[in-house]
Ligand binder design. Structure first.
Ligand code: HEM
Length: 136
């Protein structure tokens, strides 16, 4: 008979694991999204866009962001939201909005003591989305 402790031994995180796991999994990612959204909403420049999200949609948007980032970092989530271009089209997002968002994201990752390597991987993961989000 296999002992419970043998089967459920704690596995230390290592560099081979998906970024999602190295970030701490679902709850850690959800906390990152909540902190980031708070920072974006409080920012005078990018907050102008978020302020138009009605309260009734806010939870949906927050959930979609968590699921999107979960899937994008190799986690076990299925993103069922709209494509990035369709979602952000017409918001008039600028290069500067993008830079501000990335710097708020870095501040959030620092707050949660995410190591530099993982921070860079998160930034690389979203870097490819810029063309779909910023209005050219
Ligand atoms: C960093 C990269 C970004 C990612 C991964 C991202 C992801 C998402 C996702 C998944 C949604 C929900 C889509 C849905 O409802 O189906 C969303 C909505 C939204 N995003 Fe982004 N976003 C990013 C950047 C930005 C930036 C820079 C802004 C501007 C400050 C922004 C403003 C919004 C707004 C206002 C909505 C709500 C749209 C609505 O009410 O339908 N996003 N975003």
């Amino acid at each position: 008979m296999i002992a419970f402790s043998t089967v459920f031994t704690y596995q230390p995180v290592n560099a081979e694991q998906a970024l999602y796991n190295r970030l701490g999994g679902y709850d850690a990612l959800a906390a990152v999204v909540d902190d980031l959204m708070g920072r974006l909403a409080a920012d005078q420049q990018v907050g102008r866009v978020l302020e138009h999200i009605p309260d009734s949609r806010f939870h949906h948007v927050r959930q979609m962001m968590v699921d999107f980032l979960c899937a994008a970092t190799g986690g076990p989530c299925k993103y069922v939201g709209k494509p990035m271009v369709e979602t952000h089209k017409g918001m008039g997002l600028t290069e500067n909005d993008w830079k501000l968002t990335v710097s708020h994201l870095k501040a959030t990752l620092n707050k949660f003591s995410v190591p530099n390597n993982e921070q860079q991987e998160v930034i690389n993961t979203i870097a490819g989305l810029k063309g779909s989000i910023v209005d050219s």
